[in-house]
Design a protein around this ligand. Structure first.
Ligand code: NAD
Length: 482
């Protein structure tokens, strides 16, 4: 049967790639979501040329015009949240309500940055030399390369593309190979509803080794914003630094959630279930290490098992599903490998970790809770990126804080407690970019800065007004009367 190919967007034209690939639904492997172009190095270079050529045209758009364009994009995303959320759920496997929520978030991000484009102000610094005026202003970086992962197929692209455009940059966007559907829909809306000049925004779908690699190494790409795994991020960071390009890396996590004896049990269990297993645990901010004080430990484990037994794991788009399938066969294999490894290391599979059969063939896995682990085990050192949480039992708050911080990552951390003293101390001493008290480690707001420390992040923060640090270049001008 002939299928329409969703094409790449280069210089304002939709163009076929040298090849195309099927986008498969992880809830039903017989369901093909669509056929999507796969670009290569040559197409990426064409997109970069187009973005470079569009710079002067885009630069003369006033802040108000840019704000209006972003606002129109946001309005359409919000109006089509149900339809696009369904597409997202179908191609990635998070539940339909989660998919819709993600599209709404993308729409809100465009609306937020519509306003931000009008708020980009500079500074006048008091002179210290008689008659010499000092001004500080911000300019666009130029052509920005945007490379995104598969787990938030529309929100992560939105939180990079919206500020890039708001502050006057032109963009070449390369989405993850696994989920081109949401990215293509977003690109189509940006192009049509945004009515941007040709080349200001370009989409090149295709493999990281070709499209991503070309973007990272192209002389004309002045800044690269990447979200994905630590290994890929490290390589990209090195390449960008070697050629003097600005780079922003958002990578993995091994996020701790501390549960103290004085925690409210129901809150702690809800926060842990949400943070560890929703979106099938495929969130960089997911709680993968549950650090539980010994007094509450037996009650917490028993309550977790009870809540986990009631979770419905099924087709992501079916009403009532709590947890959809794992997104891909590679991730599925990785999850099973780590569950097995944890068992071999001495952990006990207290609940879940089983491959499930459903009405359709898909990557169904029951969320796994692994007890009897310590913080030296690989299950507690390496990112799994699936519905797998391990439990570390600790004596007291001091040990909990030490274990929480004893990791190569530092994205998000959380604590469940009713003690103001411990909550305050944890917020101060947690070595993470984002700290949560009695709310899940995953789940952040689009108007606040997002990012981590240590191996989780490199470069300026994303989101909120902090996004301007990455997407603008600061210029300091000294003027004396001639
Ligand atoms: P990945 O590193 O495999 O891929 C990310 C992107 O990089 C994809 O678009 C991929 O095609 C591209 N890529 C691959 N090789 C490349 C190369 N050599 N040059 C340029 N680009 C290349 O990551 P993934 O599997 O898509 O995503 C999962 C990872 O993302 C997890 O580690 C997760 O923690 C991380 N993540 C982090 C955040 C955060 O904000 N910290 C958010 C979401 C996901």
């Amino acid at each position: 049967m002939h299928q329409t190919i969703h094409k790449n967007l280069i210089g304002g034209e939709w163009v076929e790639g040298p090849s195309a690939a099927e986008n498969i639904n992880p809830s039903d492997l017989s369901d093909v979501v669509g056929l999507y172009a796969r670009g290569d190095a040559c197409q990426t270079e064409q997109a970069i040329e187009a973005a470079q050529a569009a710079r002067p045209v885009w630069a003369v758009w006033t802040a108000e015009h840019r704000a209006d364009a972003l606002d129109r994009i946001g309005t359409e995303l919000l109006a089509r949240a149900e339809e696009l959320g369904d597409l997202l759920s179908r191609e990635e496997g998070k539940t339909r309500p989660e998919g819709i929520g993600e599209v709404i978030r993308a729409g809100r991000i465009f609306k937020f940055f519509a306003g931000e484009s009008l708020r980009l102000n500079g500074e006048l610094i008091p002179p210290i030399r008689q008659g010499v005026e000092v001004e500080v202003s911000r300019e666009p970086e130029g052509v920005v390369g945007i490379i995104t992962p598969w787990n938030f197929p529309i929100a992560i692209p939105a939180w990079k593309i919206a500020p890039a455009l708001a502050y006057g940059n032109t963009v070449v966007f390369k989405p993850a190979d696994l989920v081109p559907g949401s990215a293509w829909a977003l690109a189509e809306i940006i192009h049509r509803a945004g009515q941007l000049p040709a080349g200001a925004f370009n989409l090149v779908m295709g493999p990281g080794s070709q499209v991503g690699h070309s973007l990272v190494n192209a002389r004309q790409v002045r800044a690269v914003s990447f979200t994905g795994s630590a290994d890929t991020g490290a390589r990209i960071g090195l390449s960008c630094m070697q050629r003097g390009a600005k780079v922003q890396l958002e990578m993995g996590g091994k996020n701790p959630l501390v549960i103290l004896d004085d925690a409210h049990l129901d809150t702690a269990v809800s926060v842990a279930i949400q943070g560890s297993f929703y979106s099938t645990g495929q969130r960089c901010t997911g709680s993968s290490r549950l650090i539980v004080q010994s007094g509450i430990y037996p009650r917490f484990i028993a309550a977790m098992k009870e809540r986990m037994a009631a979770l419905r794991i099924d087709d992501a788009r079916q009403p009532g599903t709590d947890i959809g399938p794992v997104a891909s066969s590679a991730q599925f294999e990785q999850d099973l490998m780590y569950i097995h490894l944890a068992y071999e290391e001495g952990g006990q599979i207290a609940a879940g970790g089983e491959v499930l059969q459903r009405a359709t063939r898909g990557f169904y896995l029951s969320p796994a809770l692994i007890t009897e682990t310590d913080n030296t085990m690989r299950i507690n050192r390496e990112e799994v990126f699936g519905p797998v949480a391990s439990v570390i039992r600790v004596r007291d708050y001091d040990e909990a804080l030490h274990v929480a911080n004893d990791t190569a990552f530092g994205l998000s951390s959380g604590i469940c407690t009713t003690s103001l003293r411990h909550a305050t101390d944890f917020k101060r001493r947690s070595a993470a970019g984002m700290v949560m008290v009695n709310v899940p480690t995953a789940g952040v707001d689009y108007h606040a800065p997002f990012g981590g420390r240590k191996g989780s992040s490199h470069g300026a923060r994303e989101q909120g007004s902090y996004a301007r640090e990455f997407y603008t270049a600061v210029k300091t001008c000294y003027t004396a009367a001639g």
